[in-house]
Design a protein around this ligand. Sequence first.
Ligand SMILES: [Zn+2]
Length: 524
Amino acid sequence: MEGKAKKNYLVFARKYRPQRFEEIIGQEHIARSLRNAISNRRIAHAYLFAGARGIGKTSTARILAKALNCLNGPTPDPCQKCVFCREITQGISMDVIEIDAASNRGIEEIRSLRENVKFAPAQGRFKIYIVDEVHMLTPEAFNALLKTLEEPPGHIKFIFATTQPERIPTTILSRCQRFDFRRISTQKIVEQLERISREEKVEVEEGALFAIARFAEGSMRDAESILDQVVSFGEGKIKEEDVHLLLGTIGQDCLFEFTQTIVEKEIEKGLSILDRIIKEGKEIEQFMKELSEHFRNLIIAKEGLFNLIELSEERKSGIVEQSKRFSLSELFYILTAISHTRQMIRTCLDKRVWLEFFFLKMVNRDSFLSLEEILKRLRTLKGEEGAGGDKEKVSEEKEREVKKDEIKKDKDCFLGELKEIWKECVEDVGKERMSLATFLEKGKLLSVEGSKAKIGFPADFSFYYQNLQREENRRIVEKVISRRLNREAKVEFLLMEEKESSKSESLPSSVKKAMEIFGGKILK
Ligand SMILES: [Zn+2]
């Protein structure tokens, strides 16, 4: 059986390998760019094809090689008939050298590459090196390659393919034209598998094709090889079950059935399904993975986004029906529980216990859900309280800020006002008592505090300060200011510290800063 499968696999892989740009599935953007480049004769020296395995990188490389070396080329539509095209299709062209960088031989080939690139192609237009898994090259091999890439002979073309472009040195990357290959959609893979089944005249259930395509996760080559194996080992019409048996997957029937036991709260039936899965030797992780996808589909269906469900039409309508049995919050609750259970299963030894615990919790979801609901409400209530308190705090603080601002404004206003009329005040004081004006002139209006103005005197003028400090003199000053401002004002005279005095004003700012920091004083 295995021998047959292997033979079939080879046949399928070769038989359905795309031979022209139009046949490349799922990479239309790349095929278009390459066709245009060839039509416009803008062919790069080196290409990098990056992307997951089995999505058409090597096939595209061979088609590109054909397009370059076809007798009628370079042409976006290689004839497929000339000797060059045929040899490339058969993989026997002397001028298209395929190197597997992951193999020992590959590394040797790269080593000898520097010598070999000097020679002109045997027959074709170009000598084309297709290097697969190029990220596997050793640093020495990359160096050898780089030397060739730096000064590529005109007859040499490189096509590198890799699943891990991040492992390629930037010196190489910068010399390549890069194309990123996409994973192929489940739908497109199913279509291709249908085509192959038709050609091969084998009957395959649609569900089986979807099961294969989903399992392949975007890789056409994987999907084709699975189909190969299923075809070689099945008899008659191939059913979805056959695929699940081969792949160890759970399958839609089982997922629907199990989910239904959650809907109906059928504990015994649900537990027996789980028992069956385990007895069949299926992995609990695989089951939970597929169950997760199933509930994801149910949510998507609930949201009405049917085209995002990668299932056959028949299954899709089944999903829509089943989704009606759950509320959206139930679905979210279950999906969250699945995610949590998957984490537990990954790390715990008692996988079965966690699986059954999950099921029982889902069956009893009403009590858990209402408990969650109560907790949520409690949290919301608490949150509201907290938020309310915060809000109050914030507004209080804001109010204080405003008040502070207002006071500051007032202060600024008073100080400003006073500064404006200060000269007149001094003159007025002089009219009252000449000597006082002389004293006051040396003072500096420092700040205001309430209705009190603070006037500072340099230490040198302590005599003036002391004079003004006297009750009757201070009263005169206050009277004059009050009259000028048309409201009551007080004054306070201060003897200023050394650093505040005019002496420090002439100092460089750096010294002032240092004095501020160290609290220093200038010595006379
Ligand atoms: Zn040709």
